[in-house]
Design a protein around this ligand. Sequence first.
Ligand SMILES: *Cc1c(COP(=O)(O)O)cnc(C)c1O
Length: 396
Amino acid sequence: MTSNFGKDWKPQTALVHAGTLRSQFGETSEALYLTQGFLYDSAEAAEARFKGEEPGFIYSRYANPTVDMFEKRMCALEGAEDARATASGMAAVSAALLCSLKAGDHVVAARALFGSCRWVVETLMPRYGIEATLVDGKSVVAWEEAIRPTTKLFFLESPTNPTLEVCDIAAIARLADSAGARLVVDNVFATPLLQKPLELGAHVVVYSATKHIDGQGRCLGGVVLSDKDWIDENLHDYFRHTGPSLSPFNAWTLLKGLETLPLRVRQQSESAARVADYLAEHPKVGRVIYPGRKDHPQADIVAQQMTGGSTLVCFDLKGGKSSAFAFENALSIIGISNNLGDAKSLVTHPTTTTHKNLTDEARAEAGIGAGTLRLSLGLEDAGDLIRDIEQALEAA
Ligand SMILES: *Cc1c(COP(=O)(O)O)cnc(C)c1O
């Protein structure tokens, strides 16, 4: 089995070739190794492999050749030393957070988190004696003020769901360093192409590969990326013994997704920018938030840390919930779904779906109103999407 890796490759090249393990048959497409275990040539070989004296696979909960290709390709894209692929984005987030923490430790996290991430921080971790302080992630001062002697981890998402606010990753990473803590960034909304948290000083990056990396609405997956020492010391044993492993079939699907990721993210971001500009001029639309627009509340930070505006747009309809529902129900191309990053354009009403469990005050604090909608742009023609939005706004 041979592996290739060019360190000077551009993302487009790495995403087609990096990490490929080609078998003796010389297949062009990556091979799918649907196997749980691996045979050893002798008892001595099994002993050597278990001792780590000889390379090779042992059991697919630990590692599998197809999953390995996905991890290596993600490392090449992210500029990370090592990675572990997981069965879902939440398996990646919970592993990244829990693998290094113990009772008595303290975590600072941005309040604007994906719902399940917030549950892990706010509800699960305290059961095990890990305390968390939730802060306004936009405010670097708030992060600084939340630091305690026991603070071990910072956790944030940027841009946030659904209001696409951004956190100053470089400044927050410097604070983490000065506190002796590690910064974990959930980079789903930016995609690995538009924002590089490790280059900005973050220590660990996590993805739900379910979103743009698959990008075609097929399977769940996730990945945690960091330096080799952190993974060896923290994630390695946690991962092997708790078993959040990615299935080889899903790894193969995600590898195929990575090949087209740059094409898709570019087109989806271009469509998002056009739709955001269209919405901003419409009389029924209040606020439009798109990180690629000059009127984004933190346009200066966007310019510092992102190379594109993302594939999502958030906007408010002036008529509140009834307008938002009428708009959603009148759409004919864009589907109603809480998913994102798909080839199909999708819209969601956070107040009644993804963010329904927040209190009214928490939603108001997060800038989510009754008329707020989040739109994930797909691969359809942008003109067709704008015509669909135009006719749905008439109904709103
Ligand atoms: C979807 C998502 C997750 C969870 O990923 P799953 O693959 O659904 O488990 C975590 N964080 C963010 C920002 C997400 O969008």
